[in-house]
Ligand binder design. Structure first.
Ligand code: ATP
Ligand code: MG
Length: 587
């Protein structure tokens, strides 16, 4: 492969695009890899598409090597199967729905569990046919609420999705482990640094599930890692260790007090320590019970009010809350809605007016740390007043607990009790033991050894193929531009010819042909008008791993070979250049 910059369909940009929030987006646009068509919808230009195809090739090779078989579905799908599993409704606003000219409903597939289940059902009928794992590399459509960060979160994107079909749980575990192993190998080949974390089952419904996250500051997922044991989890999946209940026999009685000028937790704590000291120790933010009022919208459009009680030193983490309530969508309750619930005194909401059994009927759920015997300062349901020493289990109860409080570094590991560290990552893959949910809904059964019909058990496994391009860019870029790992790079060598001397260009052409003949992929900067400075900048921005400069040194019989990642330069004699470059690229 030889690409000449003089004719390559490419315009690099000196300025960052105004809408780019993260480095990969900024650089992929500036280096002429992608262009935005609409929010969350992008096209690939030649260099970008080469990287994309390299990623796709590696993903496909790893799937094939694991013995999974490739099929291909349409993106345009009929409504019926999604109606059967209820996802036509449950997917909510994220689903792109459309109608044909006969007014039949269709959708653009956000994921393909239903279709794969039906495909296997149509072809297979016996346990002897199983196990089988099928995959596709397919364009998916999700009308994401927050398309952002370029191709990291698109509304149209490419996913590799696989599905395993087994006769029993033991078989599913084997299929799951095979996918896990193949993901470890494929993300390694893509040059991605990654961690495997346990994940919330989310929209799919099912049991064991893990995510592959690429650690990176611009990642949208937050995960924890234990400082001692091997526990690692998406914050959405953390189960808070529940403290032991505290005896409250001798606890002081609850009392309502005026608390003027205490609009914040901080001011409330300061006021409390001054006028209502606790005796054994000062009151802290964690002693206040903050009741956060939300409106939850269900897929059918109906809504209900929900109050979430958390210790005042933590916020409600909306992503964790969304994960728990899915397919319900929570938002902070709006003013107009508040008025409809006279029991709620804004700023002074307390548990006594909450709960499904209470007069208000408003569902009230609390953080798992709020166990029996804990003593709280919270709203007294009267303007300007708080109640002190309100004891859980004595003075109030909740309708249940909820995993929605913000997770903090130093929180305790649910597995071993050590401190947790936190970091951000990009979800690049997700493996999931679905179990029988889809097989049951769509009636995928086979005959077992005894001639009995049994429901098949399934796994589903996704890789963000287009997202991986951006994830790799995020993990490798530097202040000069993109820095591709060789296997995914658009070329092996970026050969820059500089100056006005015809001999330089003739030499560069010649070397380029020799490199191509040696099996390397080459970009040749043969532009006569561009200055050396522009050419060097472009080569750095584009990010091919090996940059070779044929220029002034030629008269002295030397070329320069530069490593894009380390910046290291070596001068080599013209006669040795070919061998040296080939060996650098094969190393
Ligand atoms: P996220 O939590 O990032 O929204 P998800 O959990 O909805 O992702 P899955 O349904 O598990 O995603 O999809 C499998 C893989 O597809 C993800 O691990 C991710 O790499 C990729 N993916 C999902 N949504 C997008 C998107 N909007 N744009 C690009 N890639 C995506
Ligand atoms: Mg996921």
């Amino acid at each position: 492969m030889l690409l000449r910059m003089s004719s390559l369909f490419l315009r690099t940009l000196r300025e960052d695009p105004a809408d780019a929030e993260v480095p990969s987006h900024r650089l992929l646009v500036r280096a002429g890899y992608v262009r935005r068509i609409a929010p969350g919808v992008f096209s690939w230009l030649p260099l970008g598409y080469m990287v994309y195809r390299n990623v796709e090739r590696i993903v496909r090779a790893e799937m094939d090597a694991a013995g999974f078989q490739e099929v291909h579905f349409p993106a345009l799908l009929p409504r019926e199967p999604f109606e059967v599993t209820n996802r036509w409704t449950e997917y909510g606003d994220n689903l792109f729905r459309l109608q044909d000219r006969r007014k039949n409903d269709f959708l653009l597939g956000p994921t393909h569990e239903e279709m794969f289940t039906l495909m296997v059902k149509a072809e297979y009928s016996s346990y002897k046919d199983l196990p089988v794992s099928l995959y596709q590399i397919q364009t998916k459509y999700r009308d994401e609420a927050r398309p952002r960060a370029g191709i990291l979160r698109g509304r149209e994107f490419v996913m590799k999705d696989s599905y395993s079909f087994d006769i029993d749980d033991a078989g599913l575990q084997v299929s799951y482990d095979k996918h896990r192993d193949s993901y470890i190998s494929l993300f390694g080949r893509l040059g991605l640094d990654f961690v495997i974390v346990s994940a919330q089952s989310g929209a799919m419904g099912g049991s064991a599930s893990e995510e592959f996250l690429a650690p990176c500051d611009s990642g949208e997922d937050t995960y924890v890692r234990c400082s001692t044991c091997d526990y690692a989890a998406n914050v959405e999946a953390i189960i808070t260790p529940v403290p032991a209940a505290i005896p409250f026999d001798g606890a002081p009685a609850a009392h309502v007090e005026e608390t003027p000028n205490t609009p914040t937790i901080e001011s409330l704590v300061a006021h409390s320590n001054e006028y209502q000291p606790r005796g054994d120790r000062p009151w802290a933010a964690a002693d206040t019970l903050k009741n956060v009022v939300l409106t939850v919208t269900l897929p059918d459009g109906s809504t209900y009010p929900l109050v979430v009680g958390v210790p005042g030193d933590r916020e409600v983490d909306m992503k964790r809350l969304e994960a728990v309530l899915h397919p319900g969508v929570p938002v902070p309750m709006e003013e107009a809605e508040f008025v409809k619930h006279p029991a709620l005194v804004k700023g002074y909401i307390g548990p006594e007016v909450l709960g499904e059994e209470s007069a208000s009927g408003i569902r009230f759920v609390v953080d798992p740390r709020i166990v029996d015997g804990t003593r709280w300062i919270t709203g007294a349901n009267l303007p300007g007043r708080h109640v002190f020493e309100l004891v859980m289990g004595r003075d109030f109860t909740a309708d249940g607990t909820i995993e929605a409080a913000e997770v903090k570094p130093g929180d305790l590991c649910p597995a071993c009790g050590s401190a947790l560290a936190m970091a951000r990552g990009i979800e690049i893959g997700h493996i999931f033991q679905l179990g029988r949910k889809y097989a049951e809904a769509l009636d995928l059964k086979v005959l077992d050894e005894n001639g009995k019909q049994v429901t098949v058990t399934m796994g589903s496994y996704g890789v963000g193929v287009s997202r991986a391009v951006a994830a790799i860019a995020e993990q490798t870029f530097d202040e000069l531009g993109l820095v591709w790992p060789r296997e995914v790079a658009p070329a092996d060598v970026h050969l820059v010819a500089t100056g006005k001397d015809d001999a330089v260009y003739a030499h560069a052409e010649n070397l380029a042909s020799e490199l191509v003949a040696a099996g390397l992929r080459v970009i040749l900067d043969d532009r006569r008008q561009a200055s050396p400075g522009v050419k060097f900048k472009d080569s750095e921005l584009i990010g091919v791993p090996t940059i070779v400069v044929v220029g002034k040194g030629l008269v002295d019989g030397v070329l320069e070979i530069k490593d894009r990642a380390t910046g290291e330069r070596i001068e080599v004699a013209v006669g040795e250049a070919l061998d040296r470059i080939v060996s650098v690229c094969r190393a």
